[in-house]
Design a protein around this ligand. Structure first.
Ligand SMILES: Nc1ncnc2c1ncn2[C@@H]1O[C@H](COP(=O)(O)OP(=O)(O)O)[C@@H](O)[C@H]1O
Ligand SMILES: [Mg+2]
Length: 396
């Protein structure tokens, strides 16, 4: 590469409007589909702003990975800070992820440095905490401490953090705590003692398909230029999010597809780009699952892949896939089964998560509905390649 080529690459058109909005730490202005959670947080913490005593409140948010725990907490922190300021309450919000801060000491030292400019060397955690709390009172401030991935701390430390108000006295602790953890990890550290210090536990459930689509639409509107992505592609990514119960995969797929489109000079995201990105983000397609399929299922899968390639649309329907299936059966002199049986193979492939299918209502059709079928994590050309090799061995 030389400078001219470097420059040319730089001045290429991009599908991104704001690529940074897909960064993991990005907090969007609007938070879709988490109204209940945010409302619950508001009603738990509003006493800090409403009451003169400014009580100390401890809340836990838990749920699986990628259900929006971090983004919801940060969204809450940001807006709570703004609203409090309007009511003349100075909220200092501090966010720590225990991936980076592996002990209570590390967190306390960081806060001490920030609020008292001391290194805290020679102090115990409790002495350091006392200095911080005193400084908060002096500053007429109040701290909202958000601690993410809190299960990475030792349970004793989690207890100690939740117990700060008791240890130092409620009137001295101008501090509330929002803990975040995956449900499974939290269950390992939860005890009666810890529970007794929590005001509320809020569970976040995975998004359903409508929610996933709404969020993906909003996030792509922020990140990508108009016309880069269409509804069918959003639906497809939404399906992947729902299958994995993880919104992070969806955001990562958007980001990867955008980068890929820019690199290859495309101005829109295609179904194949999504499949490729999906398999990179979360390799679900295991070659060995193919070995478990019987001949008819393999031929059925071939029909689906081939008709996806022919139609160049994200989805195909049973009739089209069946036509391709018949052709491939003839090619290899394999037994051709009736469409009823073919539907059964599709259901089986669906159950094994090799394909994804769903029933869609259509008004023009006399039967009123049809089955849309697609591949979510492997491009159809790859499947065909794989199956061709198998069939050559099997049927010749
Ligand atoms: N309701 C939502 N609106 C917009 N983006 C969301 C929403 N929920 C999750 N996301 C995005 O999905 C990704 C995963 O969410 P995150 O908060 O990191 O999940 P968790 O902390 O539960 O693992 C992040 O990029 C986040 O911005
Ligand atoms: Mg998180």
């Amino acid at each position: 590469m030389d400078e001219d080529k470097f420059r040319a690459e730089f001045s290429k058109k991009s599908v991104f409007r704001q690529a940074s909005s897909l960064d993991l730490s990005y907090v969007p202005d609007k938070l879709h589909c988490r109204d209940n959670t945010v409302t619950e947080l508001i009603h738990n913490f509003r006493r800090i702003v409403d009451e003169d005593e400014q009580p100390s409140i401890n809340v836990l948010i838990h749920g699986k990975g990628g259900v929006g725990k971090t983004v919801t907490s940060r969204f809450f922190g940001k807006n709570f800070h703004t609203i409090a300021l309007e009511k003349d309450v100075r909220i200092f919000k501090e966010y720590f992820n225990c991936v980076n801060f592996r002990s209570k000491s590390k967190i306390v030292r960081e806060l001490l440095g920030k609020y008292t400019h001391g290194s805290g060397r020679g102090f115990s955690d409790d002495e350091a905490l006392k200095l911080i709390l005193t400084q908060l009172i002096r500053d007429k401030g109040y701290m909202l401490l958000i601690i993410d991935e809190v299960h990475l701390l030792n349970p004793k430390e989690v207890w100690a953090i939740l117990d700060i108000a008791e240890t130092f006295g409620h009137q001295n602790a101008k501090l509330s705590i929002l803990l975040i953890s995956r449900t499974k990890d939290w269950m390992r550290i939860e005890t009666e003692r810890i529970l007794s210090r929590l005001n509320t536990k809020i569970k976040l459930n995975p998004y359903n398909i409508d929610e996933a689509k709404q969020i993906l639409q909003y996030r792509s509107d922020l990140a990508l230029k108009d016309g880069t992505i269409n509804e069918e592609i959003i639906e497809m990514i939404g399906q992947i999010v729902v299958n994995h119960e993880n919104m992070r995969h969806g955001i990562e797929i958007l980001r990867k597809c955008g980068l890929y489109a820019d690199k290859e000079g495309f101005n829109a995201i295609s179904a194949d780009m999504v499949r490729q990105a999906s398999n990179e983000v979360y390799p679900t397609f295991r070659g060995d699952i193919i070995d478990k399929l019987n001949d008819q299922e393999l031929l059925a899968l071939y029909g689906i892949a081939q008709s996806l390639i022919d139609k160049e649309t994200p989805y195909t329907i049973v009739d089209d896939a069946y036509e391709q299936y018949r052709t491939i059966c003839e090619t290899y002199d394999a037994e051709t089964h009736v469409k009823m049986s073919y539907r059964k193979y599709i259901r089986q492939l669906n159950q094994m998560k090799i394909i994804s299918s769903k029933t869609v209502r259509i008004d023009e059709d006399k039967r009123g509905r049809h089955l849309e079928i697609t591949l979510l994590d492997i491009p159809p050309t790859k499947i065909i390649e794989l199956l061709n090799k198998m069939f050559d061995k099997k049927f010749n």
